[in-house]
Design a protein around this ligand. Structure first.
Ligand SMILES: *Cc1c(COP(=O)(O)O)cnc(C)c1O
Length: 419
């Protein structure tokens, strides 16, 4: 009974968040049918309200020109501040710890300018061996920039395993911590979907004198995060994945409150990080705003912030607790169906424990024909994501995906595997 389409439809009918699907544009095939969109981990869908938020700023720009900085309905001068509280809530941070600025890779560099401070025998950076390429390039180039070589320490799964064992992470920090200047962890890992205990890693790392940063590209809007309590030094994320803010939109940063007044920390500065009262004095020495805002460089792109605002208003209305609750059920349902129908054909490499993953499941096909099957299900209208060397990433997002989407996907995959 549990495995029928009728049962999936029943779950949808009972879903307290079912009305939210209609608040997004679901991509459609040429014949008008909806795609099965399971790719919110790559690019989230467009809220139908986004256009209004952007149109407001376009209208105010037309009406006021430069005066819009003060007189727009939502004045542009403090516009980024309108996003802070809601964003902070989503990642479990205090408002002083969060700012929206730049994009993810840029922010990683800016945060490393402050929190990667190599000295003689402590110059290494610890990352996952399968970290996202941009993160890897960023840390490698930081190490070289500071004049070091061989500074990368990689956390690698054991032979024949896909996931990192917590005891191995801890052993590496224990053994090499004295030489590690920075630990940078993706949470969850973009490839396997594995979530790490960042609070524990932060405690172990700090005990060894390392700084801790987290890449939340796949965590923000997906996991129930407690960034402040986790005690990490910094975090950065993009908003175009689970946060549905549109391609290339502005990213978010977290800098722990204990650094909020540490004005002697080295940082790359720009006028938007300067004290708001005297910013336009233009002659003063740099006087940073306390907290994360003090790391801003430029005045931010308002049209992008408007799109983020549209999305954050939806998240705020739903709340991460309700969203996460559905997420655990929806992904659990995907897992159940895969185990029921395709136990021998599909290996789920993502952790089985729902507290060690978000909504994404990473699938490997047992007989190694992953790419061709991925292409076949794509032809059938499924939008998912292929990652070299051999993973299909499936991300049912609780805001706009249904149990029926999940059921339909598994049936299509099953049919293609049976061909
Ligand atoms: C998506 C993603 C990025 C992308 O970085 P941009 O600077 O926004 O292009 C970087 N790191 C991780 C882990 C990602 O998942």
């Amino acid at each position: 009974m549990k495995y029928t389409l009728a049962y999936a439809q029943k779950l949808d009918a009972q879903d307290e968040l079912k009305s939210y699907r209609d608040k997004f544009y679901m991509p459609r095939k040429e014949n008008g049918e909806e795609h099965i969109y399971l790719c919110g981990n790559s690019l989230g869908l467009q809220p139908k309200t986004t256009k209004e938020y952007i149109d407001q700023e376009l209208a105010d720009w037309a009406k006021y020109g430069v005066e819009g900085h003060f007189h727009a309905k939502n004045p542009w001068l403090p516009y980024h501040e309108f996003l802070t509280d809601k964003m902070a809530k989503i990642v479990g941070a205090k408002p002083i710890e969060v700012v929206m600025m730049n994009t993810l890779s840029v922010n990683l560099h800016l945060l490393m300018a402050t929190f990667y401070r190599p000295i003689k025998n402590r110059y290494k950076i610890l990352i996952e061996s399968d970290a996202f390429p941009s993160d890897r390039y960023a840390v490698e180039s930081q190490i070289r920039f500071h004049g070091y070589t061989n500074g990368l320490v990689e956390l690698r799964p054991r032979e024949g395993e896909e996931l990192l064992r917590h005891e191995d992470i801890e052993a590496t920090i224990e053994k090499e911590g004295d030489e590690i200047a920075l630990i940078l962890i993706g949470c969850p890992n973009y490839y396997t979907g594995q979530v790490f205990d960042i609070k524990r890693i932060a405690a172990l790392g700090h005990a060894k004198g390392c700084s801790i940063g987290v890449d939340l590209a796949h965590g923000a809007g997906n996991l129930k995060l407690e960034l402040h309590d986790s005690n990490v030094d910094f975090a950065a994320w993009c908003t175009y994945k689970y946060l549905n803010s549109g391609p290339g939109s502005v990213g978010g940063c977290f800098i722990h409150e204990r650094h909020a007044h540490a004005f002697d920390l080295p940082r790359f500065a720009g006028w938007w990080g300067h004290d708001k009262e005297t910013r336009f004095g233009m002659r003063d020495g740099f006087n940073p705003i306390p907290g994360a805002e003090g790391w801003q460089l430029s005045n931010p792109p308002i049209l992008s912030l408007a799109a983020i605002r549209a999305s954050l208003d939806i998240f705020d209305e739903v709340g991460m607790a309700a969203l996460y609750k559905k997420s655990v059920q929806l992904t659990g349902y995907l897992e159940d169906l895969l185990n029921e129908f395709l136990e021998n054909e599909v290996t789920i490499i993502t952790p089985k424990d729902s507290t060690e993953r978000g909504c994404q499941l990473s699938l490997q096909l047992t007989n190694g024909n992953g790419k061709s099957i991925f292409e076949a299900v794509t032809k059938r209208g499924v939008i998912a994501d292929w990652r070299e060397p051999n993973v299909i990433r499936i991300a049912p997002t609780p805001l706009y995906n249904s149990y029926t989407d999940v059921h339909t996907f598994v049936m299509i995959l099953k049919e293609e595997l049976e061909k």
